[in-house]
Design a protein around this ligand. Structure first.
Ligand code: CA
Length: 562
């Protein structure tokens, strides 16, 4: 054993002996009393410090718990900004024996703090992944993307922070309760879904159960694909004569909310009944091909000028081009295509579904371009490309997109440059097919994703899952299951049965050996279907939800997975 580690181990052992002596000596030191003492716990990661260890009294929503805030590797970065991997651990006095880490979102930079899981008496932890959006935020270096200028901050964001924070969290959990967690879980959606896959692939020893929602498994490519949609709809806006006050093409004006409802209805006309039931949900989305949808879109194509009840030929062609995903000039695909799904639109009462359009188009009534994909252009420029593009302000995002060259610029994410090594894609991709370690330790993985996810294409996720399954000899179902949710947008929302408890499903699988043959889901907004409630079983890919043929079509019990 390394001398320093040996010393640390001895210190931990000595501390436990003292604590146990205190307990046994009639002193009555309770778990609560020990909270402040945890500040001096030797930590298993270099340059890690505990800033505070405070016992929080119970509230109406949270149990009494010890809150520990700390930081790893506090330093001045290559760009002169201050960096650290911050973390927050919460240890409930009445502990259920489980350890839980929550994943982040976007490009992180805010401290993840999963208190809703603490409420269930889990020990919980989260991190900002090594940069702080309120500190590391240089307007001339992409704003909150500016951490991309610092090579170590890139590495911490890509993989390092989640590993180190897990190690520290488990050490402090052991110090607090004098026993290791019985079970450990990780859960996240979007970037957090990528982190979830990361833990199952790169650090398979850390977690017994993992939930990965809408994972950005090829994270530099998703934002790059957004540049393709931006280019496509900017071109459409220009041809339609739609501009913002500053002269920029108005992406958000190219489709009204009602136009997208026409698209939804065309998709449903083409594909809803492919699963045997016209219920507003396209369960057989793999069969919902572009030619099928195209025929229904052209059925509502304007004969003359644009009206509220028709789509122009240019709108239809542009939408289909966007759904194809980015390609180079030779026609080679650079990401995945997107599946056709009813969640592209939706109307509940008088309220349109704005979730799908928020990524590619932005909100129709906005006076400026506010598509979320534009927000991530600074990440492509400053975080994912090597070297970073500087100076870069968020106001440069549209022009950067319009000038982006799919033949030459994509390679900047696949190659290292100077201090920016290894290449972004090699650090960030979580598309490994090697699950031997995770499978052999008994790990269980639940993946879910909206079919109408306009941020991350579920086609990309399914392609990876099928490849991974093939690498397991077709037996991936024994430890990893993927649940597609027709109608659901990115991580939530849409005309879908999109409310479900994936954590409970993975806990049941890990602790009781009950594999999720289906997951019960309800619609948080059944008004999209004109009903007051609706439930469905979510089914593990490649199975799909099917109506039994009799009974209430809003009741999950009348559906099966097949
Ligand atoms: Ca259907």
């Amino acid at each position: 054993m390394h001398p320093i580690r040996k010393f640390a181990y001895a210190m931990v052992s000595l501390m436990f002996a003292l604590i146990l002596a205190g307990c046994g000596g009639g002193g009555g030191a309770s778990v609560s009393d020990r909270c402040a003492d945890l500040a001096s716990t030797p930590l298993p990661v270099a340059k890690a410090v505990i800033k505070a260890a405070v016992l929080n009294a119970a509230t109406s929503s949270l149990p009494e718990h010890c809150q520990i805030d700390g930081a790893i590797n506090e330093r001045t970065g290559a760009d002169g900004q201050q960096y650290a991997i911050k973390f927050r651990l919460r240890l409930p006095t009445d502990w259920n024996g489980r350890f839980y880490m929550g994943g982040g979102g976007g490009t992180n930079g805010t401290l993840v703090d999963p208190t809703s899981v603490l409420a269930m008496r889990y020990a919980t932890i989260g991190t900002d992944s090594g940069h702080d959006n309120s500190v590391d935020n240089n307007a001339n270096a992409g704003g909150t993307a500016s951490f991309g200028v610092d090579p170590q901050a890139r590495i911490d964001f890509a993989y390092n922070s989640y590993d180190q924070v897990t190690q520290i969290g488990k050490a402090l959990t052991l110090a607090r309760y004098q026993r290791t967690p019985e079970f450990s879980y990780f859960q996240g959606c979007s970037e957090g879904g990528r982190e979830a896959l990361l833990m199952s692939q790169r650090f398979p020893a850390h977690y017994d159960g993992i939930v990965s929602g809408d994972p950005v498994l090829h994270i530099p490519l998703g934002p790059m694909a957004g540049i393709h949609t931006t280019k496509t709809f900017a071109g459409l806006a220009t041809r339609m004569g739609l501009f913002q006050a500053n002269g920029d093409p108005a992406l958000n004006k190219t489709f009204t909310d009602a136009d997208l409802l026409l698209v939804r209805e065309a998709v449903l006309a083409a594909c809803d009944s492919l699963d045997g039931l016209a219920d507003g949900i396209v369960d057989n989305f793999p069969a919902c091909t572009t030619p099928l949808v195209h025929a229904k879109l052209t059925a509502v194509q304007c004969a003359g000028g644009k009206t509220a009840s028709c789509l122009t030929a240019d709108q239809i062609a542009s939408l289909e081009k966007a759904f194809e995903g980015p390609k180079d000039s030779q026609g080679n695909s650079l990401y995945a295509s997107y599946p056709w799904d009813g969640g592209i639109g939706g109307l509940s009462g008088t309220t349109y579904n704005a979730n799908w359009r928020s990524w590619w188009l932005g909100s129709y009534n906005s006076a400026t371009n506010n598509a979320t994909k534009l927000n991530f252009v600074s990440a492509v420029a400053v975080i994912y490309g090597s070297p970073p593009v500087l100076p870069f302000t968020t106001a440069d995002s549209l022009n950067f997109s319009l000038n982006y060259n799919f033949d030459t610029d994509v390679a900047k994410m696949y190659t290292a440059s100077g201090a920016y090594t290894p290449a972004s894609t090699s650090m960030l991709f979580t598309d490994s097919a090697d699950y031997s370690s995770f499978r052999n330790r008994g790990g269980k993985l639940v993946i879910y994703q909206g079919v109408a996810d306009s941020s991350v294409s579920i086609t990309d996720t399914i392609t990876w899952y099928d490849k991974m399954n093939a690498a397991q000899g077709g037996n991936a179902q024994s430890f990893a299951r993927l649940f597609a949710i027709p109608g659901m947008n990115h991580c939530s929302g849409g005309p879908a049965t999109e409310t479900f408890d994936a954590l409970a499903a993975v806990v049941n699988w890990v602790e009781r050996g009950v594999a999720p043959d289906s997951i019960l889901a309800t619609a948080s907004n059944p008004g999209y279907f004109g009903v007051t409630s609706r439930s469905r079983p979510l089914c593990p890919h490649p199975k799909q939800t099917r109506y039994k043929g009799t009974g209430d079509i809003n009741d999950a019990s009348n559906f099966v997975c097949q």
